[in-house]
Design a protein around this ligand. Structure first.
Ligand code: NAD
Length: 318
């Protein structure tokens, strides 16, 4: 426990230099007392926070559900990205974040977005097809923190021509690329983050219903998502011994950059409006909230699962 508190204090000390701005005012800040049934570890953490703050290292005290956690986010391309929705929701709950970006093309977007959290949010390049870049990314992460608690994998790609027409036409190269970027990368990132999740952790990956049922045009991405979901289960088994949980959120369709590459995407949204129990797909905010849940102690015994955030569409038989 002493070691844990030392780590927490060192993390807080480092991150105290980031002036994190909440995106919306939180009226409950500083007003809620700790829950009467709080565990002694929480109280110890609370007293560490107080003493760190007393030493002038922490600008203010927040009572947020993920306070003190450090998260790594893969997959922000722009403000419509699911990764950005989850990152914002995590940040609102007190998570300090480190981001990747995929090449110079999106660097400026990611810089602008993360600047809303403060001037010094770390962002580093990482194309997940390169082990060298993944290693370099996590070396950079280690410069900021000895511990990571959360990892978001919100990354997928398949060549546009493989996301329309007959699945039968899928080329070997499209198959390889879709699986490498959209599924294997989860394993590659989990390998690098495991040694940093010294106090357990939560890994969240983004999936879609095309993993289990045929969605015309989704094609190779459906097969890659099936691989991603199966990988989630195998990783959950391997990493559970270290109290690391691995889950997928299977989101209903939302308009994003990646979604634009899928032929007939508008028709997918329409189907959800007509057939889902809630008469709609889901919002980015709802996906963010599910990301907070999977990162929280409320999900402490949930691993290897696929959580559907899809207006209930997945339960329908006709
Ligand atoms: P997006 O385009 O905003 O995000 C996709 C991200 O993948 C981008 O940031 C892109 O830079 C990144 N990426 C692609 N190739 C990469 C590579 N080689 N290395 C590193 N990063 C790479 O779109 P999104 O819809 O937010 O997608 C995020 C995740 O959510 C994906 O896994 C997607 O399949 C999944 N998802 C999306 C929907 C939807 O309707 N939009 C529904 C369910 C699941």
């Amino acid at each position: 426990m002493v070691k844990r508190d030392e780590d927490l204090a060192s993390n807080l000390k480092f991150f105290a230099s980031f002036a994190v701005k909440p995106l919306r005012p939180d009226p409950s800040r500083n007003s809620k007392p700790p829950h009467p049934k709080s565990s002694s570890s929480f109280l110890k953490k609370f007293s560490v926070l107080r003493s760190v703050r007393g030493a002038g290292m922490l600008p203010r005290m927040n009572c947020k559900s993920l306070e003190g956690k450090v998260g790594v986010v893969f997959g922000v391309a722009n403000k419509r990205s699911i990764a950005w929705a989850i990152a914002q929701a995590w940040a609102e709950q007190g998570v300090k974040l480190i981001f990747n970006y995929q090449g110079e093309r999106v660097k400026e977007n990611v810089e602008e977005l993360t600047a809303t959290f403060g001037d010094e949010v770390p962002i580093y390049p990482c194309d997940v097809t390169s082990d060298v870049e993944i290693d370099a990314f996590f070396q950079n992460v280690r410069k900021h923190t000895p511990r990571v608690d959360l990892l978001l994998h919100s990354v997928a790609y398949a060549p546009r021509e493989a996301l329309e027409g007959r699945f039968l036409s899928t080329s070997r190269e499209a198959y390889r690329m879709a699986h490498d970027i959209s599924a294997y990368s989860l394993i590659a990132l989990a390998q690098r983050v495991e040694p940093l999740m010294t106090h357990g952790g939560s890994i969240v990956a983004m999936s879609y219903y095309g993993a289990e049922k045929v969605i015309p045009n989704y094609n190779i991405m459906g097969v890659a998502k099936a691989s991603l979901e199966a990988s989630t289960r195998y990783l959950a088994w391997d990493m559970g011994k270290k109290s690391i949980r691995v889950n997928c959120i299977s989101a209903g369709p939302v308009q994003t950059l990646a979604a634009r590459g899928i032929a007939g995407f508008g028709q997918m949204i329409k189907q959800y409006e007509e057939r889902a129990p809630l008469g709609r797909s889901c919002s980015l905010e709802e996906i963010g909230a599910a990301g907070v849940f999977l990162a929280s102690d409320g999900a402490a015994s949930i691993t290897g699962q696929v959580l559907y955030v899809d207006g209930g569409y997945q339960i329908m038989g006709m």
